[in-house]
Design a protein around this ligand. Structure first.
Ligand code: MEV
Length: 318
């Protein structure tokens, strides 16, 4: 039996603008997906212990499916098993990441599964190979969509600066609160919407993208010097620019304003594609608990997270 786990991620700054090559900044978080594989002669079985919202189990030999969450995770695991031609196996997923929320849940599941299979079958894949294979598989399941950011963060952890290429950054951890709207989002349609806006109003949208890129770059020394007050201000400006691009929603804005108001956050913004999914907030002097209460009162699901966490790892003694 072999277990590997991989982290989810948040985009701190730069979503959407990064699609046009502008700098973005992402961080791995301490919510992880854990994948355990064990020999199961004569069968291929995918199970989950906990997928935050509800559990399921699926027997691939009979194709019995019990929920859409199952369908979601199973598509990724099936792609991994097919890639390596693995049979006679049981795969258990245990994830603390909500799915389709923009926190990189599918990338974490794929990366942990590839690492677990690599170890279990003695393939000896390097981190680079795990990242490359996982990116290819995630993209295939998502029909061509998906930036390499999620799978790279799930593999390497830490912080990554993304523009035309991906660069690791050595920065201290940050304590943040994620607020989940419980509204699913569709990354593809949000990206298309923004790119369409850019085509129609290039003279307006291009400067917005450039401003977002400037924010991502300015944020790096602020995280390094641990200057949360200014970092929070940049989050607020970035959120306003994302609102201008049309990717926020009433639910996201309500959580952002609850965080900055009653929650006493130093800054807040949506994270990821928008339209639903999650926002992030930087706790102020009122602390993390006040922020969590404010987000709950605004009908969000809050998660306390640390950024810059460890990438994929094998879980010992199993
Ligand atoms: C989605 O998590 C982030 C976007 O910038 C799309 C992407 O980078 O692939 C909206």
């Amino acid at each position: 039996m072999t277990t590997a786990s991989a982290p989810g991620k948040i985009i701190l700054f730069g979503e959407h603008a990064v699609v046009s090559g502008v700098t973005a900044l992402g961080g791995a978080i301490d919510l992880r997906a854990k994948v355990t594989v064990r020999d199961l002669p004569g069968s291929v079985l995918i199970k989950t212990e906990e997928l935050v919202l509800r559990g399921f189990s699926l027997d691939l030999t009979t194709d019995r499916l019990t929920s859409t969450q199952a369908a979601h995770a199973t598509r990724y695991i099936s792609a991994v098993l097919r890639e390596f031609g693995v049979k006679d196996i049981q795969v258990c997923i245990d994830s603390s990441l909500p799915q389709a929320a923009g926190l990189g849940s599918s990338a974490a599941i794929v990366v942990a599964a590839v690492a677990a299979i690599s170890q279990h079958c003695g393939l000896g894949l390097s981190r680079k190979e795990i990242a490359e294979i996982s990116y290819r598989l995630e993209k295939k399941v998502q029909q061509g969509l998906g930036s390499p950011m999620d799978t790279a963060l799930a593999t390497y952890g830490g912080y990554l600066q993304i523009s035309r290429d991906i660069q690791p950054l050595d920065l201290p951890p940050l304590e943040m609160v994620v607020g989940y709207t419980k509204m699913p989002h569709d990354t593809k349609s949000e990206v298309e919407k923004v790119q369409d806006l850019k085509k129609r109003y290039f003279d307006l949208v291009d400067p917005i993208f450039l401003a977002i890129g400037a924010i991502s770059k300015r944020a790096v020394p602020l995280i390094r010097e641990q200057n949360p007050a200014e970092l929070g201000q940049l989050m607020n400006v970035n959120h306003g620019l994302l609102v201008a691009l049309g990717v926020s929603s009433r639910e996201l804005d309500e959580l952002v304003y609850a965080a900055i108001g009653a929650g006493g956050a130093l800054g807040a913004k949506l994270t990821g594609a928008g339209g639903g999914g999650c926002m992030i907030a930087l706790p102020g002097t009122a602390g993390v608990d006040a922020l969590m209460v404010a987000l709950r009162q605004a009908r969000g699901v809050p998660f306390k997270v640390m950024t810059g966490c460890e990438g994929v790892r094998l879980e010992g003694d199993l």
